[in-house]
Design a protein around this ligand. Sequence first.
Ligand code: B12
Length: 382
Amino acid sequence: MASPIRILTAVPICDGHDSAINTINLEFIRHGIEVVYLGYHRSVSDIVRAAAQEDVRAIGISSYNGGHIEFFADVVRELRKQGAHDINVFGGGGGTITHDDAAIMARKGVDQIFFAGTSLSEMTDYVRKQYGKPRKKRTHAKNPDLVLARRLTEIEDRSGARRRSAITGDGSTSDRRKRTGRVIGFTGPGGAGKTTLIDELVLRFLNQDRHSRIAILSHDPSVIGQGALLGDRATMINSQTDRVFMRSMATRGQAGGLSPATHDCLAHLAQSNFDYVIIETVGTGQEAMPFQNDGIIDLTVLVMNPDYGSRLQLQKIVMLDLAEIVVVNKSDLQRARTAHSEIEQRLEQNRRGQKLIDTVAKRHRDPGVDRLFDLISADRTR
Ligand code: B12
């Protein structure tokens, strides 16, 4: 089965009009398109970097606050500068973009502007027709992130065709020896704050060493052959830098928190000169063991919300037996102290010396996140 069309959508800097793009995103997803959503108030460089790393077919920009001629043209120019000539640009902005503006934008390389009154199905049909065709043969890219991004696309496409990648192997010992950085797996239920926590950790990694680079492989759920909202980038603030390579993946019908291509993509990233490779699963259930027998993950972190229900529920969460570190995030919530002592007792039964840490990831400079960072950094030196 052919892979779904992947596009990136965003709203320009100084613009908070996200209602239109939220509606359009949902319509695209409903029609089988994978949408990497970058959020609003985004700069040209953030948009181009994300599109290149995600290796999308096109960027859809929704712009209402003016400056669209310059902004869209800058995106096109920067894409070309990076060597990403085959990532197209389209968008809309209701009545704020006139037909005359659109004609200038077309001359500057923008594919299409949709005006007020266009139906959702017209826009979806356009994307499917225009960006659903197989890609033309691509010229060799010079930018290493673009090369990596294209390689990940190949792995993902191949995995869709149910073939294992020959180059990355199966995470065997020989692959381990070629590793350059630590691979850390984050999992936990939806809404526990995994993405925010990872973003705060990334800030600390970047500050610790001015030259380090980090890769993030992030997952969101999807049914086979259907669309998905890949929205973790919209939450990331500190990770919008050239020192972070982030890739969003849809699970494409696979249960358990990861995608059929995760293993091979991760193996490739682990050999690609990053100091840390962080993997984030989708929000998981009690039975999930996403990193079991993977052979690539060095350290596993389970991120929990204090509101898991009764103490009895804890007995059923398999990752509480497997994770090296358990985090109670949102520890400013009322139930957090109870949660901490209940989880502590649960971990004591395992007698594995698992660490338990309380964090408030949404708070900058949170001492709990600092402790988690110290633990992860210390693990690297082992
Ligand atoms: C809703 C709205 C708001 C909401 C936004 C809520 C939100 N979360 O998005 C609120 C009330 C918050 C708001 C605030 C402001 N707004 Co306002 N807002 C609007 C309004 C009424 C509708 C825009 C909209 O969402 N339309 C719905 C979409 C689906 O339809 P559409 O716009 O016709 O778009 C079509 C196509 O262009 C296409 N499309 C749009 N985007 C994209 C993207 C892609 C990828 C594709 C394929 C297609 C596509 O989809 C539609 C198909 O029919 C417009 C006026 C208007 N009637 O357009 C003003 C308007 C955009 N706002 C305006 C202004 C000035 C502001 C404020 C600065 C006001 C203020 N002084 O505080 C603030 C700034 C907000 C900010 N932080 O940036 C001005 C902009 C003027 C300009 N640029 O020349 C407008 C035009 C109102 C006006 N006439 O003055 N606003």
